[in-house]
Design a protein around this ligand. Structure first.
Ligand SMILES: NC(=O)c1ccc[n+]([C@@H]2O[C@H](COP(=O)([O-])OP(=O)(O)OC[C@H]3O[C@@H](n4cnc5c(N)ncnc54)[C@H](OP(=O)(O)O)[C@@H]3O)[C@@H](O)[C@H]2O)c1
Length: 283
């Protein structure tokens, strides 16, 4: 019997993280599924039990903004005889809010999780990847790491930062045998814009300078087309970690592909008009 490959994933309590954990376990991986709040583990455990893969999953506490927790987990995993084949930096949240409705603290919190968290977890596991001389590091970025949409500037900023950092990291690690990949989904049906979204404190404040245009913006955002099935992202991640020579970027979802294509094809002024119209912010 061959020893299973090991993957560590952050933010495994819901959405892509949960589905990827189950998908990899079904494909014979051992998954170190991490989450910041262990009281949320039952969704994952129920799904794993149903899929018959509970024995392939270990759940560990990890808040990606907690440096001590990251260091302790990296030390624990490094002591083990089995190598780590894949690290999937998935944890993240969305902070809807116009620029003048988001406080400095909120903006920093967005970066702490979506950028500094992913960077810190990656850096903590780099010694192990270096000494092995192989492994895949995946960053779950977003089409918002390539295109800025109105009302989500904080989220886009943190994902743009992640894109730049990861692109450099790819070159730094390539010659060491370590594969670094950006996964860029469009809109998929998870909890990110609903239960897990952290609305900026002033977004719903009637005194906000954006209060007048907020209802139209919300209506357009909420009336958006039905979001895609997140299992497609989990399946794509499973294919990427199986690929010995993955590309730097994987754009997932028709909306993301079409958005990026239109930006290259259309004149900039037309593309801007299209974004403004689709977000209810045209004059
Ligand atoms: N769904 C989409 O349309 C979409 C599109 C593009 C990119 N993405 C990206 O995909 C990733 C996963 O999001 P999702 O759509 O699956 O949303 P989700 O269902 O809300 O899952 C997000 C996960 O991240 C965890 N998390 C948040 N802050 C954390 C922290 N400080 N430490 C550890 N875990 C933390 C959440 O844990 P709790 O349960 O404790 O809150 C949850 O498990 C994110 O990076 C997101 O930006 C999503």
């Amino acid at each position: 019997m061959t020893t299973p490959r090991t993957a560590l994933i952050t933010g495994a309590s819901s959405g892509f993280g949960l589905l990827t954990t189950i998908t990899l376990a079904r494909r014979g991986w051992r998954v170190l599924a991490t989450m910041r709040d262990l009281t949320r583990r039952s969704h994952l455990e129920d799904a794993a039990r149903q899929a018959g893969v509970l024995d392939s999953i270990e759940i560990h506490p990890l808040d990606v903004t907690n440096r001590d927790q990251i260091a302790a987990l990296a030390a624990l995993i490094e002591q083990r005889p089995s190598p780590m084949h894949a690290l999937i930096n998935n944890a993240g949240f969305a902070l809807p809010g116009f620029a003048d409705d988001v406080s400095d603290t909120e903006l920093r919190e967005q970066f702490d999780t979506n950028f500094f968290g992913a960077a810190a977890v990656t850096r903590a596991f780099l010694p192990q990847f270096r000494s092995q001389g192989f492994g895949h590091i995946l960053m779950i970025s977003s089409v918002s790491g390539r295109l800025g949409f109105p009302g989500v500037g904080s989220y886009a900023a943190a994902k743009f930062a992640l894109e730049g950092w990861t692109e450099s990291l790819r070159y730094e690690l390539k010659a060491l045998g370590i594969q670094v990949v950006l996964v860029e989904p469009g809109a998929f049906e998870t909890d990110i814009w609903t239960r897990n979204a952290k609305l900026s404190a002033r977004l719903l404040d009637p005194a906000s300078p954006n209060a007048g245009r907020l209802p139209r913006w919300r209506a357009r955002i909420e009336s958006g087309r039905k979001k895609a099935d997140p299992q497609a992202v989990a399946d794509a991640i499973a294919r990427i970690v199986d690929n010995p020579r993955p590309r730097l970027r994987y754009v997932l979802g028709t909306d993301a592909r079409v958005g990026l294509l239109l930006r290259t094809l259309l004149p900039a002024s037309l593309f801007e008009r299209m974004i403004l119209k689709s977000s209810g912010l045209e004059r």
